[in-house]
Ligand binder design. Structure first.
Ligand code: G6P
Length: 610
């Protein structure tokens, strides 16, 4: 997945394009490029690496033009080098940026080569430039040429196309990848999302799947998948520019970790009163649907999948509803058996993850009651297509490693579990106790964040490690999975997580004095079992780091590890609370190892390709 921006204005658009790319680096950051129209031709600048490399290039050799396109890449086809960087061109006539994957690119390439086209890159995207060029040669105008070109594409795309033959105009199209129109005063824009343009305009048109859009500085024309001109509403974005600033923090990830009390409070606001959930928080008249739920199928990817794993424990315990959780890339291609009364729950921070969207769409033909989305992006495809929606209100999350999105997802899923519990006969006292406990989550996480100096000191013991093992039981097994994911993605230390009871079935063979073992030990009914598992580690000379409730009675010789006491919160909210020190640990280990914390190698924030 990549980020794209396009602009048609009366001023030099290069600063807008580059600013937009910086905001889109969460989508990929291995190469970047910009192309502007200059009279009857183009000029472009491309480079391997991040957008700041492109800025350096532009500082040395500036570009200037009032219409242009730009791209930040996450390589799928072809190495991340300058030659493969977008924008791609066809002759001096067509410039294209593309996000997505053209699945039939090889076939189209053969056809275009037979027609005399020469390919400069190894990308799937270059076929789009030549296809448009070929249609222009056949006499089409740019809109029709693009329409006919995209009709040939299989797979996913968001594209922006310009032609030197029709200056001042850009065509966008989307199918399976996001694209918005930014509507300005005497200028119009295209971008992969609102964040890219938030300093330029607050007014947006959210394109639908299959839409094509024709913009110039004064007009925006949207054509739907059937070729009809349609009016899509112009919406005002409430996203503030400050929300995407780092402020006083060294990294976005650290800022986002510290924003968790506020983000969770916002997610719970106006949804719970002191000890009960307010009516209709999932939408008016949703209780009728929720009353029919007999089974819950959760589907998600990455960190969101871990949130789903926690929710399974809550749904079965509080609502007595059986629940399955599966990663979306598996679910979408599998023959599934859907029990009657199954609610499909999709969890996604971005609401644009290709596998999650595809799984959600596949669920439509598999006989589910409906789709319930837990999402952080109000205008995302997931939110627009779901039947019921519960928004997390984390605000924009820029760091690739997800933090506040995860804990707000937990807060949202706690609400769903309790609501289904209330409907399914959870006793009133337990229901009220849990809601009251949930209300304390922002405060308890705030207290937990105060442990940061101790965790930063602990991080020093991990700097030279190559591997780490995370253990947890019950709802804390997903917490261990999330802790291991955080550590591996930003510090590049190989980390695995296991349910502590599985230790003896394999991973114990790895334990020696080079293998730190991190355990999550809340004081719950599984504590004694966990203690036995920790003894198994200790007996093999393993170094143990235990995040534990203050009253667990655990003790350790400091030379062989450390107990880190976590502020007391209740058992229900503990998964969210215990996640926080693991986030901080991963963060400080990564900082000490000097990695790129916010943009770890090979990853991207929003994965809009399969
Ligand atoms: C990528 C991100 C993860 C995220 C996952 C799912 O892998 O790097 O942080 O958890 O996608 O994304 P979603 O937007 O669907 O939650």
């Amino acid at each position: 997945m990549c980020g794209i921006v396009a602009a048609c204005a009366r001023r030099n658009v290069v600063p807008v394009l580059v600013e937009g790319l910086k905001a889109l680096e969460y989508r990929g950051y291995d190469s970047a490029g910009v192309l502007v129209e200059t009279g009857d031709s183009f000029r472009r600048a491309r480079t391997q690496g991040k957008v700041r490399e492109l800025e350096n290039l532009l500082a040395a050799d500036p570009l200037d033009g009032s219409t242009g396109i730009a791209h930040t890449r996450w390589a799928t086809h072809g190495a991340p080098n300058t030659r493969n960087a977008h924008p791609h061109v066809s002759g001096d006539l067509v410039g294209v940026v593309h996000n997505g994957i053209i699945e039939n690119h090889a076939e189209l390439r053969d056809e275009l080569v037979a027609r005399g086209y020469h390919f400069d890159t190894e990308t799937d995207s270059e076929v789009v430039a030549h296809l448009v060029h070929a249609h222009l040669q056949d006499g089409d105008d740019l809109r029709t040429a693009t329409q006919r070109a995209v009709a040939r594409l299989h797979g996913a795309y968001a594209i922006a196309v310009v032609s030197a033959g029709e200056p001042g105009r850009a065509i966008g199209a989307r199918q399976g990848s996001p694209l918005v129109v930014g509507v300005g005063e005497g200028e119009n824009f295209l971008a992969s999302d609102v964040q890219a343009l938030i300093r330029t305009t607050r007014h947006y048109i959210f394109l639908e799947e299959g839409d094509l859009v024709d913009i110039d500085r004064d007009s925006v024309t949207v054509i739907d998948r059937d070729g009809n001109e349609v009016q899509r509403p112009v919406k005002a974005s409430e996203l503030s520019a400050d929300a995407v600033e780092k402020g006083e923090y060294r990294h976005y990830m650290l800022k986002e970790i510290h924003e968790q009390p506020r983000a969770i409070a916002d997610t719970l606001e106006a949804r719970i009163a002191a000890d009960h959930i307010l009516p209709n928080i999932f939408g008016v008249d949703t209780e009728t649907l929720l009353r029919q739920v007999r089974f819950v199928q959760i589907v998600a990817c990455g960190t969101s999948y871990h949130a789903g794993l926690v929710a399974r424990y809550w749904l079965e315990e509080l609502a007595g509803i059986p629940c399955a959780v599966e990663v979306a890339s598996e679910y979408r291609y599998r023959q599934t058996v859907v029990p009657p009364g199954t609610l499909f729950v999709a969890i996604s921070q971005s609401g644009e993850t290709a596998d999650t969207l595809a799984a959600m769409r596949a669920s439509r033909s598999r006989g589910h009651l409906g789709v319930f989305a837990v999402c952080n992006a109000p205008e995302s495809s997931l939110v627009r297509e779901a039947d019921l929606v519960l928004m997390t209100r984390a605000g924009p999350e820029i760091g690739v490693a997800s933090t506040k999105a995860f804990t707000t997802q937990l807060a949202a899923l706690a609400l769903l579990s309790l609501e289904l519990g209330r409907i399914n006969g959870l006793d009133d006292a337990t229901y009220r106790r849990h809601v009251s406990e949930l209300a304390t989550l922002p405060r308890v996480i705030g207290e937990t964040l105060a442990m940061e100096p101790a965790i930063a000191a602990l991080a020093e013991r991990f700097v030279h490690k190559q591997h780490a093992l995370f253990l947890g039981r019950g709802t804390h097994h997903p917490v261990a999975l999330e802790g291991a994911l955080k550590l591996k993605e930003i510090s590049y230390i190989h980390a695995e997580a296991y349910p502590a009871g599985e230790l003896k079935h394999g991973p114990l063979a790895l334990v020696d004095d080079h293998m730190p073992v991190i355990a999550v030990a809340p004081n719950n009914q599984l504590l004694e079992k966990l203690k036995s598992n920790l003894e198994e580690v200790r007996a093999r000379g393993g170094e143990l780091f235990v995040f534990a409730d203050a009253d667990t009675g655990l003790s350790l010789d400091d030379t062989r590890g450390q107990i880190i006491n976590i502020g007391a919160g209740g058992d229900f909210i503990a998964p969210a609370v215990f996640t926080v020190p693991l986030q901080l640990l991963a963060y400080h280990v990564a900082v000490l190892r000097g990695t790129d914390v916010d943009q770890p190698r090979n990853l991207a924030k929003s994965v809009t390709v399969e």
